[in-house]
Write a protein that binds this ligand. Sequence first.
Ligand code: ADP
Ligand code: MG
Length: 257
Amino acid sequence: MAGAATASVDSDSSSPIVTARDVTKVYKRGSEPGLIGRIVGRSEPPAVHAVDSVSLEIAPGEIVGLAGSSGSGKSTLLHLLSGLEQPTAGTVSFRETDLAALSARERTRHRLENIGIVFQRFHLLDSLSARANVALPLVELGVPKRERRKRATELLERIGLGDRITHRPGELSGGEQQRVAIARALITDPALVIADEPTGELDTATGQKILEEFKQVAENRTIVLASHDQETLEICDRVIRLRDGAITTRQTQEVNR
Ligand code: ADP
Ligand code: MG
């Protein structure tokens, strides 16, 4: 193909890890009125543009904050960036791969291998020990039990829970449960870590401590973190602010680019 100039260099360390181009997610609220409803003139439920034409690029090693009040679209955007949900319009790419080009099964695999997710409410399994919770993603990846236990124990030790590995979530404090959830997100060595309101359930002091540990244990991994809390956003290199699903401002907290 003469003229196919500058094919993208695949291992360029500065090329974005995640790219969103004009990404929109529309939810139809409530039930559809249906045929009868339309005949009698009942109006359609209003559609919600949870994310509205968002474009962004996230470089390897960046810690990016998504700010905005409740309902501004932070969680939805995180779900789109991770491939957990598909956009109504626009594209999300992980490195050079357009997530829409993958089958549902391939997207699940992609998430398992490349993305770690930390949720606000920890999402731990109550019947499993801290170590078994942390090791869970490795079960799906087919890692042998011995290796799983070894890696989960090491990670729990690094995050300061070496003496809690056989405790169940119900026997741990909120901060400890979030540390377990962080360890679970990191156990697969993901290139991208997504955290949705990771301090939302914790008191301020505990939240700050957990964030510091998170940053340390995540090492130089790329993190996208949603929060409406200014103190939480302070660990970010830059903050993207959302309102009604759209980007309002991009703040650079350090020299960036
Ligand atoms: P945030 O995380 O910033 O609080 P969300 O992304 O959860 O915001 O929600 C953005 C908007 O999309 C809100 O108006 C919310 O009600 C709506 N929304 C989110 N998820 C759904 C869904 N599954 N179905 C319908 N509406 C949704
Ligand atoms: Mg949210």
